[in-house]
Design a protein around this ligand. Structure first.
Ligand SMILES: NC(=O)c1ccc[n+]([C@@H]2O[C@H](COP(=O)([O-])OP(=O)(O)OC[C@H]3O[C@@H](n4cnc5c(N)ncnc54)[C@H](OP(=O)(O)O)[C@@H]3O)[C@@H](O)[C@H]2O)c1
Length: 322
């Protein structure tokens, strides 16, 4: 099968198309023919080993797992003999956090795999899980947000667009912060208020929030703590310079009433099923910036690394019919 592989850490140029063996599903696995996948910040971070410590998981000298691709949507091509929930031909979505930049991927039946929402195309269904996999643990870390004032900083990224939609679903009053070009998008996702950070600094407008969710890792607790209500929480997606965030998390457990939390991405089946319900109820939609064919992965990765993508970048593996 065709797959995008990498054999060393580095820039987008380390990625190349190769013919590799098609995975053979184990008894409890489902083999999915991938129709679409995405290039996201986790893929690019793992590829260039942005955080050296990630190598303790992905391989010290070179990547142990040659195929990236966190999330996907496709059709079941084969099932292991113990599989009962899926059958050949079913349209599915999900992902196991690796292996989706290929024509086929094998996923445990009990892993993050679910029937594709019928009204979504394969491209759309491939581009919803990764943002949620981080935004959901981040919002959960802040405690129940029903009726509370939540500010999502960086509301136009993959995590930010998921954060706004999830916080609205959970009943929060949501303020989205983004640049001018993304104001309409934030409104269309249901944000109650939108602040254009090129015109207004939310830390200086006199407003206070119960939760400030930095969905793009560009703000800081120090700069926005006065915009938090007493008892409020600042949640970040990034470890920060010199692991600042885990240290602040520890410190604010004991000092002061305002807390710092960090979200760790979670690829869990229960979250995928919850997301499917939201999509089917019309409360969550995919935000796609650009789509590239699989073989143009290098170009897609370069674009993701500009830090300018709006929502998600899709790799179409097999166009087929929707
Ligand atoms: N902890 C984990 O496991 C994990 C996993 C994946 C990702 N992450 C982190 O999660 C964060 C978000 O990822 P993502 O994929 O959602 O990001 P992204 O899609 O790359 O975010 C890009 C968006 O952010 C906006 N943006 C850029 N600079 C901004 C700023 N200073 N203020 C506000 N908005 C800004 C950009 O639009 P404008 O430039 O027009 O504003 C663009 O729309 C990243 O920090 C990433 O490292 C963490």
């Amino acid at each position: 099968m065709r797959a995008i592989v990498y054999d060393r850490y580095g820039p987008p140029e380390v990625l190349h198309l190769e013919e590799v063996d098609r995975p053979v599903p184990a008894d409890d696995e489902v083999l999915v023919k991938v129709r679409a996948t995405t290039v996201n910040r986790t893929d690019t971070g793992l590829r260039n080993a942005e955080l050296f410590i990630s190598r303790f998981v992905t391989g010290l000298r070179r990547p142990k797992n040659r195929i990236l691709g966190m999330e996907m949507a496709g059709e079941v091509a084969a099932v292991g003999k113990a599989v009962t929930e899926f059958k050949v031909g079913d349209a599915v979505f999900g992902g196991k956090g690796a292996g989706a930049w290929a024509e086929f991927v094998a996923i445990w039946e009990s892993g993050p795999l679910a029937p594709k929402p019928a009204a979504m195309s394969f491209d759309e269904a491939a581009a919803v899980f990764d943002g949620v996999s981080l935004a959901l643990p981040c919002l959960e870390g802040a405690g129940p947000v029903d009726g509370r004032r939540v500010l999502v900083y960086g509301s136009s990224g993959s995590v930010g667009t998921a954060g706004v939609q999830l916080a609205k679903h959970f009943g929060a009053h949501v303020t989205a912060v983004c640049s001018t070009r993304n104001v309409e998008l934030a409104r269309s996702m249901g944000a109650d208020e939108v602040i254009d950070y090129t015109n207004e600094d939310f830390t200086k407008n006199g407003q206070r929030y119960d939760v400030i969710f930095d969905a793009v890792g560009k703000h800081s607790f120090r700069r926005c703590r006065r915009s938090l209500n007493p008892g409020g929480t600042f949640v970040d997606t990034d470890l920060g310079f010199m692991f600042q965030m885990p240290l602040l998390m520890l410190a604010t457990r004991w000092i002061g009433s305002r807390k710092v939390k960090m979200g760790i991405a979670r690829y869990a089946r229960k979250d995928l099923l919850f997301l499917k319900e939201l999509i089917e109820a019309g409360e969550f939609r995919a935000v796609i910036d650009r789509s590239y064919p699989l073989e143009d992965v290098m170009e897609a990765a370069r674009y993701v690394e500009t830090g300018k993508k709006v929502g998600n970048v899709v790799l179409t593996v097999d166009k087929g019919s929707t």
